[in-house]
Each structure stands twice: as C-alpha cells, then as structure tokens.
Write a protein that binds this ligand. Sequence first.
Ligand code: NAD
Ligand code: UGA
Length: 429
Amino acid sequence: MDVCVIGAGYVGLTTSAVLADLGHDVTCVDKNKDRIEILNRGICPIYEPGLEELIQKNRSRLTFSDGVGEAIRQNSVIYICVGTPPMPDGSTNLSYILSVIDDLATYIQSPKTIVTKSTVPLGTNEMIGELLTQKGVDRKQFNLVSNPEFLREGTAVYDMFNPDKTVVGLEDGDSESLQVMKALYDGIESPFVVTTLNDAELIKFSANAFLATKISFINEIARICDRSNADITTVASTIGLDPRIGRHFLQAGLGYGGSCFPKDLSSLIHSATNKGIKPAILEAAQYVNDTQLDYYIEKIKENLEDLSSKKVAVLGIAFKPDTDDIRSSRSVLLIEKLEELGLDVVAFDPKAKLPPETLQRTTQVDSINGATKDADCIVIATDWPVFKSLDWKEVKKEMKGTLIVDGRNCIDPSEVRKHGLLYVGVGRI
Ligand code: NAD
Ligand code: UGA
C-alpha cells in the first residue's frame, strides 16, 4: 500500500521503517527540514537500537521529505505521528495535530484512510473528522482510524514487530478501513482488537496510567521498606510471582520519566477532572512520582552531611537506558536539584546529552571515570547495563568519598559494600 507518515520522531520513524519492511511504499514527512536532510544522508537522527539499520535495509521503499502536501496528495493512507506535548495546565497541546488537520484539509483530493498513532485525548479523532468537514473536505473522501502505539523507547523496533496487541478504533460500520488496517499489518502476529475511536483513545491512556501507577505503587512500598528494615527487591519479585500482579514495572527507584508517562497521566487527570470525576488514584500516582526525587535528595543530604564544594558524579542522563531521549528525565531534574544545593555535579551518559540550560552549570564528561574520579558521591540515575557492571574496587580507588546512591535499585548492595563503600538505594537493606 502507499503510505504517508507525518512526523519523523520515535514513533513516526519506527512506523515508517516497519511498514516499509512489511512491503509498503512509505513517504515519511516532517516539517523539520534539518531532520529530513539528516535522514536523507542515511543517518538516523535519534538513537534507537536497530532503527538506522532497518531504515537502510528498506530505503528502496522508504522516502523522506519535507513536502507534507505532496505526500498527502499522493498516498491513500495517512498516519499522524506528530508530538502531543503537555500544556502548563496538564492538558494536551494539540497544536501539531491541528496543523496536520490544516494540511489535510488543503491537500486531500482523493479518498484517504487517516490513521492517528499520536496519543490524543478522548474525542480527538472525532474532532479531526468534524474539523475536516468544517474546512470543506467531503466526508466521503476520508475514513478515520485510531491506532494507538504501545512501543517503548529503547526497544521500539522490536515492540512494533512484536506488539502484545494491535488496537484499531473505527467509526461505526467502517469495514473498509478494517481491511486497510489488516493489509497494512499483514505479517505482524498479535491480537487484533477492533474498537470504537473513543475506546481506542482511552485504551492508550489507561495502559500508560496503569503502568505509571504500578511504578508509584512500588516506590511507595519501597519507602515503607526503608522504615521497616525490609527489602523492596524481595517484596517486588515475590508479589510479582502472582500472575494477577506480574513482575514487570515493579522496579523502585527515582520514578518514571520520559515523554509519555508524565504527560499522559497529567492529560488523563485533566480530562477526568473536566468530566467531573476526581481522579484520586491517578493524582496519588503523580504525587508519589513528583516527590520521589526529593526523597532521594534527602538521603543524599543525610549521607553527605556538609554539602559545600562536594563533587557528585551522576551516571545516566537519558530517561531510561538504550535511548538518547531526555524528555522529562528524572536524571536531568535530579541534576538541577543537586546544583541548587550548591553541589558540583559532573554527569556522564553513553548516548544522551544534557540540555543547554543545564550545561551552563553542570559538566558533562565523555567517560565514566571522568565523572567518578575524585567524586564524593556517585548517583546512578539511569540503569544503563554498563553502570550495573562497574568494578567497584577500581571505583573506590579513584573516588574521594564513599557514598554510592543507586537511583534505580539496579546494583547489588553487597558488591558495593564489600569494597568499603556506603550503599544507598530505596527500600533496600
Ligand atoms: P517526537 O517529538 O519524537 O516526533 C514528532 C515529530 O513530528 C517531530 O519530528 C516534529 O518535527 C514532527 N511534526 C510536528 N508537527 C508536524 C507537522 N504539522 N507536520 C509534519 N511534521 C510535524 O514524538 P514521538 O516521541 O515520536 O511521539 C509522537 C506521538 O506518539 C506522541 O503523541 C506520543 O505521545 C506518542 N507515542 C510516543 C511513544 C514514544 O515512545 N516516544 C510511544 C507511544 C506513543
Ligand atoms: C512507555 C510505555 O511502556 C509504552 O508502552 C508506551 O507506548 C510509551 O510509554 C508511550 O506511550 O510513549 P517508555 O516511556 O518508552 O514507554 O519507557 P518505559 O520502559 O515504560 O519507562 C518509562 C519510565 O518508567 C522510565 O523513566 C523508567 O526508568 C521508569 N520505570 C519503568 C521505573 O521506574 N520502574 C519500572 O519498573 C519500569
């Protein structure tokens, strides 16, 4: 099939490369000319394992362009994969979606299947239909599909080839789009869930809200462990044996970051409140996450005592391992808070870069040793595998102090203590 993907970000690029690999002809468009230029030089503008290789493998069926109008005109399936960032009040900023609607209204001249993959609040797909009609597009010229995306950064390519479900929200009686969606994903094995547009939108938000709540739940239990001489890793792995609970997303630490959980939770809270519902559980999950950094800061303050002219090495800048994405990264927020306390912070990450405003005060170095040398304290803020296998004997020789703060509960305390270092995690004995 001929497909236009609007937005060459984490979701749009992965969607483009996977659809091309499945045999479709894909034009991926983005208004960011620099991004398109980089892609046309054969370089993937983001770090996502396997994505650059998949793009290169499928170049014969994959085109990159900044000509959004032309691509809309020429393709029968249009995927919307633009960003939906948060507004200051927690609601979703739909300006990128609205700009796509303007382009669609201008350039639709033949029948289109419009597939929304961006995460959009309840009612947005219906709104897209209404706006297109108001702008003069014949209602017979387009069908609307809500096809939310559940990939995780760091494993985006794998997740898109191996989804646990494919959710396809359709308008009443739209069997034509159902056939289109089945043809697009022919070759992907997963339960194909056909729903209404609204159900599909809410499925996406509920999934993210549930996972975020699970993380906050375990972080709250970890705080209780801290006061009870109990170990959160034993508690979490054991309750996770019950299949009704499951072992995933029970890793306690600095809390969840990233471009999705924080903003999607805020957006759902905003929508629920507007509908007259008090989202007590969602607000509690957000509260625990928002306060988890301060909980760690208190631990650092207690253990460093005098903070003046102390050097802290922060290992990890990305919001999770295997990505260069720093959007709502707990690590960046932690660094800013440590700087505010007057600490001298030196950061390292295998892939991610500190934002320019943070770099004004914090030094980013290009080796682990460059960060840990002479440090009074080391904080592991992202659980990159390379930090989990550090040689603590060597680290001890190089650092000035002894405090190791495990912001992801990802290292073995006994390994660290064995070398005369002080281990501090959350909820760990
Ligand atoms: P992103 O910021 O990485 O990419 C969005 C791209 O869209 C940017 O390159 C931007 O230049 C482009 N864009 C914006 N407006 C445009 C327009 N009018 N025309 C053409 N291009 C335009 O975003 P992302 O992380 O890929 O997320 C996209 C959507 O998918 C969001 O709604 C997000 O919530 C959702 N989502 C993201 C993930 C994830 O892991 N990143 C997973 C599932 C769902
Ligand atoms: C998340 C969801 O897992 C995806 O299904 C969803 O598609 C995506 O959001 C989205 O909508 O964008 P992602 O944000 O890429 O994916 O990464 P996760 O692996 O979910 O991690 C999110 C955050 O939670 C990270 O900061 C991670 O460190 C933290 N986390 C995760 C924990 O603190 N504990 C855990 O047990 C798991």
